[in-house]
Design a binder for this molecule. Structure first.
Ligand SMILES: [Zn+2]
Length: 252
């Protein structure tokens, strides 16, 4: 693949080429970049949509689910006629229609211990759009092992949170959330509900962090858990430190 920008790409990305932090050199970085999006649900839809629109050259999407009517209230990559189709197929079609210049790699499966390393290895940055704790911890462990930066995002009800993890350079997910909570401790979106705009907004923040990592610009949410409350419309930031005794990234 040639990384120099074509006339069409210069036109397509014109508005962001004008930004001094991006420009032609930054756009070429995006074109060369590869990002894995885990999940194509509420978070993953927003994440993948904006990464594709921004021109990230190769985007992997992992999801083992099929589109359900109850998904459409928030999972913006899937439309009513997609009900019953694998989400990665529906997502790939929309993303490729949005931006035919990039490559979308679908993985129609769950991210599991048996396949995580093999899939993650091929990507520069990982973005968490998953909806369950085991997957989140698996992403953390795999990204630490392979030293891939990843962005964590979580939503429930009218609240969401985001944090960026640079392996061994700031706290990891397990430094902050030591143990996998028991299923009855934390309700899922299927139990407690979620307003569609919340994963949309959190997913966009995650995508923005991934773009900044690729460009090497700005200040990342490393050691800063950003929490969002839609009801009070407030953001709050919690400063976090790396835990020396973290079972995942600790020095012992
Ligand atoms: Zn840790």
């Amino acid at each position: 693949m040639k990384f120099a920008l074509s006339e069409k790409e210069i036109q397509r990305y014109g508005r962001q080429l004008l930004i001094p932090e991006i420009g032609g050199a930054g756009q070429e970085k995006l074109k060369k970049a590869s990002v894995l999006v885990v999940g194509t649900g509420g978070l993953g839809s927003a994440i993948a949509y904006y990464l594709a629109a921004a021109g990230v050259g190769r985007i992997g999407i992992v999801d083992g689910d099929r589109v359900d009517l109850s998904n459409l209230q928030r999972q913006i990559l899937h439309f009513t006629p997609d009900i019953g189709r694998p989400k990665v197929e529906s997502a790939r079609e929309k993303l490729q229609a949005l931006n035919p210049e990039i490559e979308i790699v679908p993985y129609y499966c769950r991210l599991e211990e048996g396949n995580a390393e093999e899939i993650v290895r091929d990507y520069q940055v990982v973005v968490d759009g998953s909806d369950n704790f085991p997957t989140r911890y698996l992403i953390n462990e795999t990204c630490l092992k392979l030293r891939r930066p990843f962005i964590h995002g979580g939503v429930l009800g009218l609240k969401g949170q985001v944090m960026t993890i640079m392996p061994y350079d700031g706290p990891c997910y397990r430094c902050v959330f030591r143990d996998i909570p028991a299923p009855e401790e934390v309700p899922s979106c299927a139990q407690a509900g979620v307003l569609g705009t919340v994963p949309g907004l959190i997913g966009m923040i995650e995508a923005t962090e991934a773009i900044k990592i690729i460009l090497g610009v700005g200040e990342l949410l490393v050691g800063r858990l950003l929490q969002y409350d839609a009801l009070s419309m407030r953001f709050r930031e919690i400063e976090l430190e790396r835990d020396e005794e973290c079972p995942a990234c600790g020095r012992k």
